[in-house]
Design a protein around this ligand. Sequence first.
Ligand SMILES: [Fe+2]
Ligand SMILES: [Fe+2]
Length: 356
Amino acid sequence: MTAQKDLASPPQKYDSMPDPQKLLLECEEAPKITDRLNIFPFDWRVETPRLMEVYESSRDPGWSPSQLPWDTLDMEGMTLDQRYAIAYWFTLLSVFDASGPAVFARAMIHAYETHEEDAIRKCFLSVTRDEMNHEEVCGRVITALTPNGPLGYEPQTELGRLARNNIEWLYHNGARYWNGYKVAVEHYPMPILFSSFLFGEVASSTLFHSMYERTTIPVLKEAFRNIGRDEGRHLSFCLALLKEVLPKMSEEEKNTVTKQFRAGFIFLSGILFEPPSEFWQLPPTFLPAQRMIEEVARSAGLGIMDLEERKANWRTAVVRLKTIVEPHGVKFPALPEIDVDGEDVDFDCDKIVPIF
Ligand SMILES: [Fe+2]
Ligand SMILES: [Fe+2]
């Protein structure tokens, strides 16, 4: 009863209902909509129906990292070095796969800012969701095998200390990638971004397929199978959009794609092959240490290919990409590292896009 006494009166009291006609006459014009950076969608147009179909099929990815049989990971059966080595490989993978959530979330925000079709916004959301699962797998493996890893623990062996040093260098290069990406995502139009993402997805589906086939640790094998399937779907997203946009690209845009492919190859070789110095800033101990670590991880059942197999596998993936884009008049860059002929191109190693 007392509460009512405390209620303030409304600022204005109307003694009749407002008259819409009268209100319309008194309407003030709203500020002109000129700011393209308003992120609210003005439409939900779908220009690429195939993208929407892939999005529908992604609503339920069909797996969850938390549901994998982690209790079967036999840590007691591994030496300390084997634990360090497997955790190391997942840290290397993290440079590409655990950057995924932020990379694609950023691309999604950009797609809102530039008012891309609804299907593109949704496809970036879906990839972001999947990448969060891939990041979670990296995190679970690293923290199970090296609690507080990748950096918050003290390695007890020489191999462990070498791995630690390599991880710090990987982190340095991952930071350089991210700085470049933030510029690139604003700089390039959507068709160029998608061409670059396509390279990442070709690389990742190839990598996870081989890891799935060769890994003998059951929970990791299962993780690779699921991640590989997600990456295949990401590849379908890219192909669906590129089928529409590649034929419409200008010559200048096509040349940019060629350069971006060279940049993507250099960056992705960091895990698909070996890291070229055009991008990767690494000390001379890095590669010999990594080769040793990989050998130990292999001995524990992680299906990392050896260098020759990697080269052949990477080449197969790249040739696959080449056959997708060349019919649309996009020239392929020369990749002498893996014996692929093509155009000699400069590229901007400060604006690298593709990731897993
Ligand atoms: Fe992906
Ligand atoms: Fe991924």
